[in-house]
Design a protein around this ligand. Structure first.
Ligand code: NAG
Ligand code: NAG
Ligand code: NAG
Length: 506
């Protein structure tokens, strides 16, 4: 790698990206790959066959663009971990009991990964791992390269999980709904952010993998966070300043905020359509319909890729949307299409033919949210969806389901004040068979009176949404906070400590 005179290597800086095998995490990491490659870094991107087929259009674009990104496809050890063949992504795991197996499979990835990185030329200088891949840090260590962690979720969630664990706050909490002030938040001097105190309850901020069976894995994740050289986050300073600052302080290492990464494809509609899975809809028909609607009139309803609603809840949503009188674009997932739902939808689509569009399956969300006719978003508040809404100035109705979603929802409603909570209290990955936490009237009220209404409050919410959108765009533009952080990250990847002094790695 280095010449005989012990001079620094002239090989380009080379970073290996190891994403988590879940859609919402893979796509932002791919955006990051492209951003780094544009700035002169050689990138190796690790993926599995299913994922490779899912992100094919993006891979094709990368090849066309001649960006220096190399995809390495490593077979996913399904059989070894007791998973059905082809079960290579979170949303393909058929039952909740198999999640532990899914995480085991991820761990079995280490050996083949090490084998394929060993002989790469140019030699990798740095690895960026999704935080859910703590095992990959060992691979980096054995190859003698530095590691950074990539956080897909919001900083509010990462920070709350971290300090609550650190202060062992949950060990003394008996009431899961008790509101606890989040420690360590500085008095904020930023007028745009309201209120420096932020309260959460245990149920909404459960921390990382606080479920039986996950203890060992959780400890590994926390250990990896403590031993990493630095942290890269898909967020931007202005969207959650007090949490970014507080997190930097508690972990005491470099934190690069490089988002919203979804803005990478901002100027390219067909690229936006191709993000994620293959869309289950004729995009000409869809965008033709959107084009025909009035500006900001359409409500977009979608709950992300992982959870599923039961029949009763789906019908309740549908009836509420219908009663609201608002034009809507509603996504129903493949796994939710029971005969009962199909039957009900037939009538619904007939009655609503002029003002509704139903997508059954995967929707080109990034492109939808950026369409001028879309004026509101009913969302599960996954961070990726939340950032997409923010980046497009679309106010939200928040309907969180699990993980970071409740805190993202509170950030949107209480701090950014660009959303209305639908009012779900209890996290649930799948709702029980007869569990219907949100009724028709709740949906109708939230949509008609609040989000899409023409009252003063609704108008102010829209104005704030546009303001934060402008900040998001500015962050990613030359001179913006995320742009500058990417510049610094590239510097970090280029500079190998110890090498120029002795010609050996430290
Ligand atoms: C990221 O950007 C912020 C705001 O510009 C800056 O304060 C911070 O030092 C940067 N982070 C790193 C690790 O350079
Ligand atoms: C489950 C799934 O999508 N499997 C696909 C994985 O990728 C290979 C190669 O692209 C396909 O042949 C499989 O159908
Ligand atoms: C940037 C990104 O990952 N976007 C995806 C977020 O998740 C939604 C739903 O799961 C997808 O539609 C987006 O493409």
């Amino acid at each position: 790698m280095y010449d005989s005179n012990n001079n620094t290597t002239t090989a380009p800086p080379h970073v290996v990206l190891v994403p988590l095998m879940a859609q919402g995490h893979t796509i932002p990491m791919l955006d990051m790959a492209r951003l780094l490659a544009q700035r002169g870094v050689h990138v190796t991107f690790i993926t599995t066959p299913v994922n490779a087929s899912r992100i094919k259009p993006i891979i094709a674009r990368v090849h066309e663009s001649k960006l220096p990104i190399n995809f390495i496809e490593i077979p996913f050890p399904c059989a070894e971990a007791g998973l059905p063949i082809g079960c290579e992504n979170f949303d393909l795991v058929p039952s909740i009991d198999l999640f532990v197996n899914f995480f085991q499979a991820i761990q079995l990835f280490a050996h083949p990964l090490e084998q394929s990185l060993k002989d790469l030329v140019p030699r990798p200088t740095c690895m960026i791992n999704d935080m859910s891949n703590p095992w990959a840090a060992n691979v980096a260590r054995s190859l003698n390269i530095r590691t950074l962690i990539f956080h897909g979720p919001s900083c509010v969630y990462i920070y709350c999980s971290y300090v609550f664990q650190q202060h062992k706050i949950y060990e003394t909490v008996t009431d899961e709904f008790e509101e606890i002030s989040v420690p360590g938040l500085a008095d904020n001097d930023d007028d745009d952010v309201v209120g420096q105190s932020f309260k959460v309850c245990k149920l909404h901020a459960p921390g990382w993998l606080n479920a039986p069976g996950f203890e060992k894995f959780r400890d590994e994740i926390l250990h990896a966070e403590e031993t990493t050289d630095g942290v890269v986050m898909n967020t931007f300073h202005d969207v959650e300043p007090m949490f970014v600052e507080a997190y930097k302080k508690v972990i005491g290492k470099d934190v690069w905020t490089v988002g919203p990464l979804c803005l990478y494809d901002k100027d390219d509609l067909s690229a936006r359509i191709e993000r994620g899975n293959k869309a289950a809809v004729d995009s000409e028909k869809l965008f033709g319909w959107l084009d025909s609607m009035e500006e900001r009139s359409v409500l977009y309803v979608s709950f992300g890729s992982l959870t599923r609603m039961n029949v009763g809840q789906i019908l309740e949503i549908g009836s509420g949307l219908e009663a609201s009188g608002v034009p809507l674009l509603w996504v129903i997932k493949d796994v939710e299409k029971s005969p009962e739902v199909e039957e009900w939808l037939k009538g619904f689509e007939q009655r609503m033919s002029l003002r509704s569009f139903v997508i059954k399956g995967w929707a080109p969300q990034a492109a939808i949210l950026s369409h001028k006719s879309v004026g509101g978003f009913v969302s599960h508040c996954g961070w990726n969806s939340t950032l997409e809404a923010i980046s497009n100035g679309v106010p939200m109705i928040t309907w969180p389901q699990f993980a970071d979603q409740f805190l993202n929802g509170r950030l949107v409603v209480e701090l950014l004040r660009i959303g209305i909570a639908i009012g779900v209290k209890k996290p649930a990955f799948y709702y029980g068979k007869d569990e219907i936490p949100v009724k028709k009237d709740d949906v109708e009220r939230a949509v008609r009176r609040s989000l899409m209404g023409d009252g003063e409050e609704a108008e102010e919410r829209r104005i704030r949404a546009i303001e934060i959108k402008k900040k998001a765009i500015k962050a990613m533009e030359e001179g913006g906070s995320s742009y500058k952080n990417i510049t610094r990250l590239v510097e970090y990847i280029k500079h190998e400590p110890g090498k120029d002094v002795q010609g050996t790695q430290v």
